[in-house]
Each structure stands twice: as C-alpha cells, then as structure tokens.
Design a protein around this ligand. Structure first.
Ligand SMILES: C[S@@+](CC[C@H](N)C(=O)[O-])C[C@H]1O[C@@H](n2cnc3c(N)ncnc32)[C@H](O)[C@@H]1O
Length: 241
C-alpha cells in the first residue's frame, strides 16, 4: 500500500491489529494506509481539507475499513471513547500554538481509557539552517496575510508535556527519520506557499518576501537536516463521577 517508512517505524511497536483507529490530520492518508496494513479493524481519516479528503477516499477505495471524516480537529464528530488508537503523523507542525491545546483535549476525549496515541513530528531545525530561514519567511507571509503561522516545529518535550497535562502516560520516544531530506520540489512548494499568502498583500510587503524565499530555495537546492521523532502515549483512565 506504499506506506512511508516513518509511519511503519512509528507503528512497529504498537498494537494495531483489530483496533479502531483515527488518523488525525489525514493529508493524503499516509498513516491511514499504515494502520490498514497493520490490521486495524476500522480507520477514520479526518481532515478539514476537501482535496485531501478526496485523495484519501481514492487511496482507500475498495477497503471498507476506511472512513473519511471532513471536519475540524477542534471539534471531532465522534463520541467519547470512540477509538482505541490515534495517530497524528506530521500534524502538529501545521497546528498553530493557539489550537494545539484544543486539539489535544479533543484527541483525549475520543480515545477510550487505556488507548494509544502516536504523535510523529519534526523537531525544531537548527537556527543556522537556511531551511529554517525559508520557513521563517513562510511564517512571516502567513502571519501578515492570515494572522497565524504556517508552521510550528514543536520540541518533543513540549508535546510530551502538553499531553501529560491531559493525563497521558509516555510509553516511549524514538527517532524515526534523521536527517530529514528536504528535496528541491518540497522547498519549491514552500516558496509557493509564500507566493499564495503574499498575493493579497501590498507589493512593498510581498515582493521582498517572495524574493527572499526564491533566493533561499536557489541557495539551498536540497538539504538533509533535522529529525522526525515519534512519541507513543497511553490514555488516562476516566475519573468516576
Ligand atoms: C501535513 S498534513 C498531514 C499528513 C498526514 N498525516 C501524513 O501522514 O502524511 C496535515 C493535515 O492536517 C489537516 N489539518 C490541519 N489542521 C486541521 C484541523 N484543525 N482540523 C482538521 N484537519 C486539519 C490538513 O488539512 C492536512 O490534511
């Protein structure tokens, strides 16, 4: 099913077989196909993006264990305790800090007591890395155009503490990719995000940002830097009322 190796590495030591799962922030469904391959009884793939929802629907077509939910993670359309396993693979880097706690609370609500959460994401890049400077330009453009950052790279300890605050117990952390390959196509796509955000801005603001992004993409070419980590946690027991 063409499952990325980061997904396979993150799921390798988790019990997925026969369990009901949620891929939070499905993108093109990379974790959804990993969960299906690992024997999940059912997988909900949730995204707020219509194109992603179509892509995942096409990717899982013919497997009746997959369901697509087009919704906002800040208000998940599932009842309490509905799933055994949640994956958030490369989700948190696109969640602004203002949304992270609301999403963590919702993920906690929908997982049954004793269930499992796997959060995989990118560690902050070294300040000296030109890739980090490109993402800074992208964030500047997104802040000016939409009032929120495009990307936030959370340190592993930050997400661990966020979920500990909702009662999650840490089972393990591990590196699933190091260094991270930033290909020229991927970096071009980030420069395109700068172009999209700045399209609505006055030229005096837009042009320096687009120029800076294009120059960084040319200068970098491709790069291998940083780490992708995986956190696995166990859900808290519910307090009796
Ligand atoms: C970078 S992609 C994730 C990739 C995917 N999990 C994978 O393994 O490749 C992030 C996904 O999360 C979705 N997303 C971001 N914020 C969201 C929110 N508040 N509610 C629902 N989906 C969200 C995006 O639309 C996108 O589908």
């Amino acid at each position: 099913m063409d499952v990325p190796r980061t997904v396979r590495r993150a799921l390798a030591d988790r019990t997925i077989d026969g369990r009901v799962c949620l891929e939070a922030g499905a993108g093109v469904g990379n974790a959804t196909v990993g969960l299906l391959e690992a024997g999940a009884a059912e997988v909900y793939a949730l995204t707020d993006d219509a194109e992603h929802a179509r892509d995942v629907r096409d990717r899982v077509a013919g497997d009746d264990r997959g369901s697509i939910l087009r919704a906002d993670l800040r208000s998940i359309p599932l009842p309490d305790d509905a799933v055994d396993v949640v994956t958030a693979h490369a989700l948190f880097n696109v969640l602004p800090p203002a949304d992270a706690a609301t999403v963590a609370a919702e993920l906690t609500r929908v997982v049954a007591p004793g269930g499992c959460l796997v959060v995989d994401d990118y560690a902050p890049l070294p300040g000296s890395s030109p890739v980090r400077r490109l993402f800074a330009v992208e964030n500047a453009a997104a802040e000016l155009a939409a009032g929120r950052p495009a990307l936030t790279f959370y340190p592993v300890a930050g997400l661990e503490r966020l979920f500990a605050g909702y009662g999650w117990r840490l089972d393990r952390t591990r590196t699933i990719l190091e260094p991270v390959p930033w290909t020229s196509d991927l970096l071009e796509a980030h420069a395109d995000v700068v172009r999209r955000h700045t399209a609505t801005l006055p030229a005096a603001l837009a042009e320096p940002l687009v120029d800076r992004a294009d120059r960084l993409v040319d200068e970098i070419g491709s790069a291998a830097v940083g780490e992708m980590y995986s956190l696995a946690m166990t859900a808290p027991e519910r307090e009796s009322t």
